[in-house]
Design a protein around this ligand. Structure first.
Ligand code: HEC
Ligand code: HEC
Length: 353
């Protein structure tokens, strides 16, 4: 495969000598790839990455009371490494065309810019994909917009078996993973033996997803005294915490802007999807990186934050429309939650090249 690509690049380069395209490093060294048979194995560091870095104090304080990590599945570096490989491995779908990352893209905060995502046979998901950030801070541990999975460990096996998303039975999953030469060693490092079980696959995937915690936004720098808000950002934070009778922060609780126990009830206006226990309710994932995860809401019908705050298209929840004079400040504050640095860390990146 790689060789073919290099030959193609070489051909293109002879046609367009000196073009910028040819200065890419791939075209320079075709020789090094010719030695052995091409392998589809993931590229991993000899010493695993650290998946449990120390959190800044304001985040560490929130983790204790909100962490949904079960005692039986603490994050280990080798466990999360295996989870990372599984997360990006298209082997986990019936047609070898879709991985978790197809619908949870790292550059999009592990979400998808499409309103509905495409599964292994081109079918569309029923709801909009969710960003997988700071998932471990959702105390109840319940997953999906309608909270139908009780734990993350339970959730991660569901897309694999979903008839639209990845389309495998658990037996097929186990067989397909076992058939890949690179997995036994990864299971041994993670769990002490080469045995490949769906339980271990579930635990490793959950460890990887739980390890995705954003800690390097402007908001975090301000909370650590390393930066200051602009006047608009500061006023926006006050609005977020204090505006109206029900504040944003009551349902999107700082510092991770997520809570499984929102302090206020709300009336959801979606006649086609009744959500949690058919009660017209949905969960919200972390609002961190929210400027990077459009479109919004469980049905993906709100195209931008500005549209949401302006009430364009009608918000599923009325509390999301705010006065025109407040919008710029609210937007300025929400943008301080963006952290592209964490998303770009190698430990979260695609190990298949
Ligand atoms: C074809 C697209 C697609 C694929 C593939 C996919 N997901 Fe998802 N994911 C979604 C959609 C859509 C939702 C929201 C579905 C709902 O709530 O009904 C979701 C929700 C989730 C959630 C819930 C997050 C929360 O805060 O409640 C997690 C966790 C998750 N996916 C992890 C994974 C993992 C791990 C894989 C791979 C094993 C995966 N997904 C594969 C589309 C996909
Ligand atoms: C009463 C609880 C509540 C209040 C108050 C509230 N929200 Fe929400 N918010 C939610 C829920 C629940 C969702 C997910 C709803 C859905 O998808 O149907 C949500 C979704 C969002 C989303 C889209 C998230 C995504 O991933 O698609 C943003 C952005 C947002 N809220 C910002 C705000 C702001 C800003 C305020 C204050 C002006 C606010 N919220 C007030 C409960 C609330």
């Amino acid at each position: 495969m790689k060789q073919q690509k290099n030959i193609l690049i070489g051909l293109l380069c002879t046609i367009a000598i000196g073009s910028q395209f040819c200065s890419g490093k791939e075209s320079i060294s075709p020789v090094t790839t010719t030695t052995t048979t091409t392998s589809d194995a993931p590229v991993l560091p000899t010493t695993p990455y650290n998946y449990s870095p120390a959190f800044p104090a304001h985040i560490a304080a929130a983790l204790g009371p909100n962490d949904n990590t079960p005692a039986t599945n603490a994050i280990t570096d080798n466990g999360a490494t295996l989870g990372r490989v599984l997360f990006y491995d298209k082997t986990l779908s019936k047609t070898n065309t879709v991985s978790c990352a197809s619908c949870h893209q790292p550059t999009l905060s592990f979400s998808d810019s499409a309103v509905k995502s495409k599964g292994f046979a081109g079918g569309l998901t029923k709801r909009h994909s969710m960003p997988l950030l700071n998932v471990r801070f959702y105390r109840s541990g319940k997953m999906f917009w309608d909270e139908r999975a009780n734990t993350l460990e339970e959730q991660v096996l569901m897309p694999i078996q979903d008839l639209t998303e990845m389309g495998l039975t658990l037996d097929e999953l186990q067989q397909k993973v076992a058939a890949k030469s690179y997995y036994p060693a990864l299971f041994e490092k993670a769990f002490g033996s080469t045995q490949i079980t769906t339980d271990r696959i579930s635990r490793a995937l959950a460890q990887f997803v739980r390890s995705i915690v954003t800690t390097q936004s402007k908001y975090d720098q301000v909370k650590q005294g390393l930066a200051t808000f602009t006047p608009d950002e500061r006023d926006g934070e006050q609005l977020f915490l204090n505006a109206g009778t029900i504040t944003c922060g009551a349902c999107h609780t700082p510092p991770m802007f997520i809570t499984s126990a929102p302090q206020a009830p709300f009336a959801l206006l979606d006649p086609t999807d009744l959500g949690i226990n058919n009660q017209n309710r949905f969960k919200s994932s972390s609002l961190r990186n929210i400027a990077n995860t459009a479109p919004y809401f469980h049905n993906g019908t709100i195209a931008s934050l500005d549209a949401m705050l302006s009430g364009v298209n009608g918000n599923p929840i009325p509390q999301h429309t705010i006065a025109p004079q407040d919008r710029a400040r609210m937007l300025a504050f929400l943008q301080t939650l963006t952290d592209q640095t964490t998303l770009a860390e190698p430990r979260f990146s695609n190990p298949f090249r």
